[in-house]
Write a protein that binds this ligand. Structure first.
Ligand code: CA
Length: 549
């Protein structure tokens, strides 16, 4: 009997050693945009912001067209946990949650024999359905980081605080502790390691305060001057009358929320003592606010990168580095001063694009890049496929394992990504919008209303030719040369909406507005002008009452 058990254990160990089920380490930072990763960067490349992540990229595959379907934290995370688009999984804004029994990805991983753990930012509100969890409450804190941890009391009763520690250090310490004390070496692991950094308002560990202190951070071309060809009546108002009211700004353009106004209070040490947004030139306060913003942000990024070096060193030491699929991503993109924008939310690429890097030397060749369109709803299918799990029909996303392993798209692979931002004019003054993104074009429809079809901003359409205009600065929606492309793309957009299940049934009053301005004929355009005027008046009245005008 004894030898039989021994033989069985031997056979099981052998099966694991053959690596039928690879370990999976899913690393996600919060708001870490591609422009701030060396493997993607342009303006910031010389600063070498992420040497550790860049090594991962050089040894694996880098996706240039990975997109989220809604560029805010909770919806993006919900897409990854469920494999469903926001309008299907129900998490269309920051108020949503995913019930424990609907957290498909970790449930299927456990059923497939994986030991599952999540450590760090969670943001889906309900108890995580992992074998082990240690997650931040809500956004969590940068310092003296508190966690909700699995334990005797019911969720969310058990908490532990890492006094004096920065969240990136505390999260990495916690993941390393899980590996050292809780990992079952007889099972493959599925670990989600999720940083809070570099989410706003950025705060780095004290040891990074001198990093980049004496460096002049390179500026994007459009920080001070945005070309007039950018945007539409939806984003600028009729004759530019809403430029002060739509999209929060680095400079003092938007009086409701501007880094030139806000950051001095948060980071006084980053500004000269004579800094004053009322007496200094707008160009100078924009410049100083941008420098403060980028330095705080990049110090948070540095903390993420250094902690990953520490985590990877452990995996190498334990012989786990090469038999673990390591994924690095951010939950969406972020604006780093381009077009004078801050934050995310827009359907433009700066916020819609996610960094996505996969390293797994056993089957993924080193140093390849792919321009295949992949979406965050596809990520769970990819991981399940690597784990040998068949993808349930209820998941909308598809595995792109074959693309990872060959760099080539299957002939039937998707050619467009779907985008929708629902939180009309909340927080950062972005209108309700939806978009289709192909490899060559972006068509954005700002329908401009809330869930009830109310609080309208002017509806408008924008079309960008990404082959000639990758920074999306030249709206060619009304350009005669693009009429055919535009009309074909609009048809494709309607079909894509139906295909992903955004059929208007979720918020019918909102859908009425969507349909009303879909063809955007002369009457629609006239009505958009009237809405622009009415919105300007109402916003000025509100600001006047708040003393901000
Ligand atoms: Ca985020």
């Amino acid at each position: 009997m004894k030898w039989m058990i021994a033989a069985l254990v031997f056979v099981q160990t052998l099966a694991f050693a053959e690596n039928k089920q690879p370990n999976i380490l899913f690393i996600m930072s919060d708001d870490h945009t591609a422009q701030a990763i060396g493997a993607y960067a342009t303006v910031l490349k010389d600063l070498n912001p992420t040497p550790t992540i860049d090594r991962l990229a050089a040894e694996g595959i880098v996706f240039d067209n990975a997109f989220c379907s809604n560029a805010i934290c909770t919806p993006s995370r919900a897409c990854i946990i469920t494999g469903k688009y926001p309008h299907v999984n129900g998490v269309v804004d920051l108020g949503g949650n995913i019930e424990t029994q609907h957290q498909t990805l970790p449930i299927l991983m456990r059923q497939a024999g994986y030991q599952t753990a999540i450590i760090g930012k969670w943001h889906l509100k309900r108890e995580p359905n992992f074998d082990y969890y240690k997650v931040l409450p809500g956004q969590g804190k940068y310092h003296h980081t508190e966690f909700r941890i699995q334990g005797e009391k019911n969720w969310p009763g058990n908490t532990v605080t890492h006094e004096g520690q920065h969240s990136s250090d505390a999260i990495t310490d916690s993941t390393l502790e899980w590996f050292r004390t809780k990992r079952d070496p007889d099972k493959p692991f599925f670990v989600c390691h999720q940083f809070k950094a570099p989410h706003d308002f950025f705060d780095n560990a004290e040891r990074y305060q001198s990093y980049l202190a004496d460096v002049d951070i390179p500026e994007p071309d459009t920080l001070y001057d945005v070309p007039e060809t950018f945007g539409s009546i939806a984003t600028r108002g009729f004759q530019d009358e809403l430029v002060t009211h739509i999209g929060t700004s680095i400079g003092s353009r938007n009086p409701r929320r501007s880094y030139a106004v806000d950051l001095k209070r948060l980071y006084p040490e980053e500004f000269p003592s004579h800094y004053d947004v009322k007496t200094m030139s707008e160009r100078e306060t924009t410049r100083l606010a941008y420098q403060a913003y980028l330095k705080k942000y990049l110090r948070c990024v540095k903390g993420v990168d250094d902690n990953l070096e520490r985590l990877f060193a452990y995996l190498k030491q334990e012989g786990l580095y090469d038999n673990t699929i390591i994924i690095y991503t951010g939950d969406q993109g972020f604006w780093l001063g381009e077009n004078d924008y801050q934050d995310k939310r827009w359907a433009y690429d700066k916020s819609m694009r996610m960094p996505f890097i996969v390293r797994y030397p056993k089957s993924i060749p080193a140093g390849i890049r792919s321009d295949a369109i992949v979406e965050n709803v596809d990520f769970p299918a990819l991981m399940l496929d690597f784990a040998g799990v068949s993808i349930p029909a209820s998941m909308q996303g598809r595995s792109f394992k074959q693309i990872c392993e060959t760099g080539k798209e299957p002939t039937d692979w998707k050619q467009a990504a779907y985008y929708r931002y629902w939180m009309h004019m909340a927080h950062h003054d972005n209108p309700g919008e939806m978009a289709i993104r192909t490899k060559t074009h972006k068509l954005i429809y700002f329908y401009g209303c809330d869930y009830k079809g109310e609080n309208q901003t002017p509806p408008g359409w924008e079309l960008y030719d990404l082959t000639r205009d990758p920074d999306e600065l030249n709206n060619v929606y009304d350009h005669p040369d693009y009429r055919t492309v535009r009309d074909q793309l609009k048809q494709q957009f309607a079909e894509l909406r139906a295909q992903v299940g955004d059929d208007g049934s979720h918020y019918p009053e909102c859908e009425k507005v969507v349909q009303e301005f879909w063809d955007y004929d002369a009457a629609d355009r006239q009505k958009a002008i009237e809405i622009s005027r009415a919105f300007k008046l109402s916003r000025e009245q509100a600001l006047g009452k708040a003393g901000k005008l």
